[in-house]
Ligand binder design. Sequence first.
Ligand code: PLP
Length: 310
Amino acid sequence: MLRRELLPAKPAEAVIFVNGEFLPQSQAKISVLDHGLMYGDGCFDAWCGRNGFIFQLDGHLDRLYRSVHALKLDLRMPKQEMRKNIIETVYRNTVVDFYIKVLVTRGISPEPVIDPRRCEQASVVIYARPTQYEVSPEKKESGIRIKVLSIRRVPHDSLEPQIKSLNYINIIMGKLEAWVSNFDEAVMLDHQGYVTECPGFNIMGITGNKLFTPSRGILVGITRGSVMEMARQAGLSVEEGFYSVFDFTEADEVFMTNTVAGIAPVVNIDGWTIASGKPGPYTKKFQEIYLGWLESGHHGTQVYPAAWSG
Ligand SMILES: Cc1ncc(COP(=O)(O)O)c(C=O)c1O
């Protein structure tokens, strides 16, 4: 149990880590010549936390550093130091149920032109804020309707989706297309028509005793990995491959996963009702297990050990 009376005092303003300093939000600034701002040249990752635990701290960190490596960013902060700074940002904000975001950009350019060679070392920003809802609690209960988008997911030979780059225009345009068409969310195909992922989420289906999910053209989600672990523990087989929209509309259950929203049931794809049109039993079971993991500190790192009593 987390004894809230033993937590550090709440700061008057949110505290944000910017290039080695913990600053009040009103003073936290990044240069107008930063390549991240000018060209989306950088990467990020996001964590969630409950009850004072950061979920899957190292899994997300490893993914962040793979993105940094793939983009050849000159990040001089070793992983262990980043880990320490992330924990300290949460601690200084005294948040208990929260999300964390880390940005790593290529850094500051001497001129507002594209020249990654002339950027100084990478810039780092760390936020830790109270939990946000990407899918409302009501929709997580009743399920959402998703649109099959006309915009395709960027192919890996243009921009590898396994890199969580700051270049999210493909995803943002996807979300806009879904919302102007009055859908809750959406799913994106690749150029061969196979399902890849939803804008900002992975997609998973269950048919019989099998959980299936796209293998390529996706960001390899940490929540996706957690659900695979739960599925194996529940006796399901887990398959990664290439699937059409039909595989999902004919599945027994479909859901989307990500760090901020957790597990969100999908009950309709482009007008096709999935099974009974209600969230399925495995989806509900996984939602429950996932919440239990977050709250109990399974795969978690405790930020306030002095306030934790068993
Ligand atoms: C494009 C994309 N796909 C999938 C995901 C899900 O990944 P995770 O479960 O690690 O949050 C995200 C996360 O925000 C994402 O941005």
